[in-house]
Design a protein around this ligand. Structure first.
Ligand code: PBG
Length: 329
């Protein structure tokens, strides 16, 4: 049936009609809000390249978390800026590490039970060299060691589970980390804590602003020997397969907007819950355009989020989580 019998515009005529036939929906419960925790008290330090995003001391983070809960957000993704850094990233798995302390503080607030507390697991915020694993240096040549890094990452996962994390989310991209974390957590009695693996994580320029927020820029070299090459979709599917085989319960795709095709491919292939991370650079880029009046803030924000859901993500990690939840009402 063609025109004039078929007229696609019939179903677009009113807002009510458009609401009725909408295929993809956003709801606050599917939005995860990242927090950057730092030492001190009363600290609320805005990130230059990320308007509206802050380094927060734990007391301030509790306040932020309460607002997130009252907005109906799905959860928080926690990153830490430790007091001091060292070559082994020991702040990541310290009993009194910054994220461990925050988790304990959050667990004392009843109303925060509505939020899923997701702990990002990586060493880059905690290492003096800013790499996600242990660095082995041999003259001018260096190597990010896989297996010794995995041992520390597994220790970190168990430590965060012990402090009260509801979900463990490894973002380091070392081989074999999911299996090692599952082992270590099971051994320590946290067999009920799921793993959300950043299975498909590309070496991306769009993480730039995050590295300011988390103070985690590599001091030399880059992350291309462990994060994936942005040109590779088949490899992304293999990464996901392997992480699932190692015991990942869910997967996280990252970045989101420049990789929507990868999200779609994963959706079609895998039956597990899948999130996508609208990363710092995606947020900063939009904000830069908002500031110049080049894009309409609310509409561009919502369109970017819907595109990620439409590509197939069940939930979205986004710095827009609070703003979007307010729009969704
Ligand atoms: C830690 C980590 C990074 C991000 C999430 N976890 C940075 C990186 O890999 O360099 C990026 C998130 C963002 O850009 O918003 N490895």
């Amino acid at each position: 049936m063609e025109f004039p019998v078929t007229r696609m515009r019939r179903l677009r005529r009113t807002e009510a009609m458009r609401n009725l036939v909408r295929e993809t929906h956003l709801h606050p419960g599917a939005l995860i809000y990242p927090l950057f925790l730092c030492p001190g008290e009363g600290v609320r330090r805005e990130i230059g390249s990320m308007p509206g995003v802050f380094n927060l001391s734990i007391d301030e983070a509790v306040r932020e978390a309460q607002e997130a809960a009252s907005l109906g957000l799905g959860g928080l993704l926690l990153f830490g800026l430790p007091e001091t850094k060292d070559a082994e990233g020991s702040g990541a798995y310290a009993d009194d590490g910054i994220v461990q302390q925050a988790l304990r503080a959050f667990k004392q607030q009843r109303e925060l039970d509505k939020l899923v507390m997701i702990a990002d697991v990586c060493l880059c915020e905690y290492t003096s060299h800013g790499h996600c694993g242990i660095v082995h240096k041999d003259g001018s040549h260096y190597e990010i060691e896989n297996d010794s890094s995995v041992r520390l990452l597994a220790k970190t996962a168990a430590s965060l589970a012990k402090a009260g994390a509801d979900i463990i989310a490894p973002s380091d991209m070392m081989d074999g980390r999911v299996a090692a974390m599952r082992d270590e957590m099971d051994e320590e009695g946290f067999e009920q804590i799921p793993i959300l693996s950043y299975a498909s994580k590309f070496a991306s320029a769009f993480y730039g602003p995050f590295r300011e927020a988390a103070d985690s820029a590599p001091q030399f070299g880059d992350r291309r020997s462990y994060q994936m090459d942005g040109a590779n979709l088949r490899e992304a599917m293999r990464e996901i397969e392997l992480d699932l085989a190692e015991g990942a319960d869910m997967i996280l795709m990252k970045p989101a907007m420049p990789y929507l095709d990868v999200i779609r491919a994963a959706r079609e292939r895998f039956q597990v819950p899948m999130g996508a991370y609208q990363v710092s650079g995606e947020y900063s880029m939009l904000h830069a355009a908002f500031q110049r009046g080049w894009l309409e803030q609310e509409r561009a924000m919502m369109e970017s989020l819907i595109s990620i859901r439409r590509a197939g993500a069940d939930f979205i990690v986004t710095y827009f989580a609070r703003d979007a939840a307010k729009v969704l009402g």
